[in-house]
Ligand binder design. Structure first.
Ligand code: NAD
Ligand code: UDP
Length: 336
């Protein structure tokens, strides 16, 4: 383990942020989670609150802040389409102004910054799968642009602070990640399908469900994030995700199978600008960080379903999960 560090995690009470805080506390660091609790919750870090090396500070990153730190993980931003489209102007500001404040803090304190960027910077990609060298195909005036362009501008700020102000930066483009502690009302596909299946409601597949995503279990992502932050020189951008690609329809069928649910599939209109395909090229992360996702979708889904069952209070009365962790792996979507 590296020496104990003073670490700030913005968005630390969110889904990914809270898992990251767990990991950093386990590694022996001092952690401050800074969060306005807009899409995250103190419940996600309630188990850490008694810990003397952990602190939760309620604060909005669009306002400046100061704290003595060695590392800043900048994760504060709404992340699901329904959440980031609820107040799109604010989403842009959180990503641009919030990232600016993280970088100013890093400059002032001589800290290193990790920036949580996203596969959304590739938009609806014309290159498949997506390597870091691909510059993307984002609609700058569409309903997703508050998030996509907010994150792209944040990337630009990160690299300019690095080049012009000598700030040590670590830039990761995170692909679809799932796991326990996603908010019940998050609206992303994995949490929606699991909650719907456990409640016996129809699973809402948008469009024909032929669009693809590549789903990474949160523990694998956190490993990649920490490896990148502690890399001595790599600034990025580095894709982090699991390249196993599935259609949304395959995901719906798998969730119904694993929950042994009687739910059916209901097709709904495809939202505007919904990317048709997404799969990371992770060669760079493999080579530089030794990053290798370990949790197959079926295993990660089982763990996530367990998490949601307990949040929904379905513990004992829900049907047993079908199959076992050694089931045959899911077929993968054909590329392209
Ligand atoms: P999340 O919504 O669970 O977490 C985001 C956290 O940021 C929440 O706790 C929220 O309250 C906090 N936050 C939002 N605005 C804030 C503000 N103004 N000030 C302080 N805190 C604020 O989402 P997540 O999935 O955990 O995403 C975390 C980060 O990872 C985000 O930056 C997101 O863009 C990025 N990311 C996530 C994924 C994914 O699949 N989970 C993919 C790509 C990128
Ligand atoms: N999706 C769906 N049903 C849902 C939620 C999402 O079919 O209830 C689809 C959505 O249209 C998209 C994919 O699942 O094609 C992933 O959506 P999500 O919001 O999880 O993430 P993103 O689009 O940002 O990758």
């Amino acid at each position: 383990m590296s020496a104990a560090l003073r670490i700030l995690v913005t968005g630390g009470a969110g889904f990914v942020g809270s898992h990251l805080c767990d990991r950093l506390i386990r590694d022996g660091h001092e952690v401050v989670a800074l969060d306005d609790l807009s899409t995250g919750s103190h419940v996600n870090v309630a188990h850490l609150l008694p810990h003397r090396r952990f602190r939760l500070v309620e604060h909005d990153v669009t306002r400046p802040y100061d704290v003595e730190v060695d590392r800043i993980y900048n994760l504060a931003s709404p992340a699901s389409p329904p959440h980031y489209q609820r107040d799109p102007v604010r989403t842009t500001l959180v990503n641009v102004v919030g990232t600016y404040h993280a970088l100013k803090l890093a400059e002032g304190r001589g800290a290193r910054v990790f920036q949580a960027s996203t596969s959304e910077v590739y938009g609806d990609p014309e290159v498949h799968p997506q390597p870091e060298s691909y510059r993307g195909s984002v609609n700058p005036v569409g309903i997703r642009s508050c998030y996509d362009e907010g994150k792209r501008c944040a990337e630009s700020l990160v690299m300019d602070f690095h080049r012009r102000h000598g700030v040590e930066v670590r830039l990761a483009r995170i692909f679809n990640t799932y796991g326990p502690r996603m908010a019940l009302d998050d609206g992303r596909v994995v949490s929606n399908f699991i909650v719907q299946a456990l409640r016996g409601e129809d699973l809402t597949v948008y469009g024909a469900g032929a669009q693809t995503r590549s789903f990474c279990y949160v523990d694998d992502l956190v490993e990649g994030i920490v490896r990148l932050m502690e890399h001595p020189t790599e600034a990025g951008p580095v894709n982090l995700g699991n390249p196993e690609e599935f259609t949304v329809l395959e995901l719906a069928e798998e969730v119904i199978h694993l929950t042994a649910s009687r739910s059916r599939i209901a097709f709904r209109p495809l939202p505007q600008d919904d990317p048709r395909q997404r799969q990371p090229v992770i060669d760079h992360a493999k080579r530089v960080l030794g990053f290798e996702p370990k949790v197959p979708l079926r295993v990660g889904l089982r763990r996530t379903i367990e998490g949601f069952r307990s949040v929904l209070g379905l513990g004992r009365h829900a049907p047993a999960l079908a199959g076992s962790e050694s089931d045959t792996p899911l077929p993968r979507a054909a590329n392209g």
